[in-house]
Design a protein around this ligand. Structure first.
Ligand code: ZN
Ligand code: ZN
Ligand code: ZN
Length: 207
């Protein structure tokens, strides 16, 4: 039996918001101290090392919640499962994928396919200022709504979404209540990812 000890981490960069890949060998990792891996944008990165007992330790800054996530994984578990997905515990967004290179890239492909499907559905290729930010923002609004935290001041939860190239307008279908969510940059994305509740207000309340 051949055990492949090379692995790939796809990490959602806390600065540029894209996934960057980093390949490493478990053997080499266990001979070294913590190492710092930098994203191709050179503005952020994460540290990776050995935690003893055949475990791997990573510390990653998080684009979504602005915090830093530390996690320890059992290498045997990664090898058995093939690929492990780590989510931000505060916002639920994908933080990284670790495991077999092919499987990790497949996971990213699946995420990107969802994005492509959204673009196809809307019929626009270059409509959005930043398609990925728009996609992540929509997903977040969907989660907030699912938890019953997208409400209009009139009490209605029947909210309409209108997409602009750089923002999302939320409009109550019962009253003039509305709210604008900016969705053009990673800064905008950070804001919506940290939002737990969206409350729509009528025109008379907006200044
Ligand atoms: Zn980056
Ligand atoms: Zn986080
Ligand atoms: Zn309303």
């Amino acid at each position: 039996m051949i055990i492949d000890t090379t692995m790939t981490i796809a990490y959602k960069c806390s600065s540029c918001g894209t996934f960057d890949y980093f390949g490493f060998s478990l053997f080499k990792l266990f001979n070294k101290k913590q190492q710092f891996v930098t994203c191709r944008c050179k503005n952020s990165g994460f540290s990776l090392g050995e935690a003893g007992g055949g475990r791997l330790k990573a510390v990653m800054p998080c684009l979504a919640c602005g915090g830093e996530h530390r996690f320890i994984l059992d290498c045997k578990e990664i090898l058995t499962k093939g690929v492990i997905t780590i989510f931000c515990p505060n916002t639920g967004i994908h933080l990284c994928f670790i495991g077999n290179d092919i499987l990790v890239r497949r996971k990213i492909d699946a995420l990107e396919k969802e994005l492509d499907e959204m673009i196809d559905t809307l019929g626009y290729d270059n409509y959005f200022k930043n398609t990925r930010v728009m996609f992540d923002s929509l997903n977040r609004i969907h989660d907030i709504a699912e938890q019953g935290n997208l409400i209009c001041e009139c009490g209605s939860e029947d909210i309409e979404l209108i997409l602009f190239s750089d923002k999302i307008k939320l409009k109550c279908s019962r009253c003039p209540g509305s709210s604008i969510i900016q969705a053009a940059s990673n800064e905008d994305l950070k804001k919506i990812l940290r939002t737990k509740q969206i409350f729509l207000r009528g025109l008379q309340n907006t200044i």
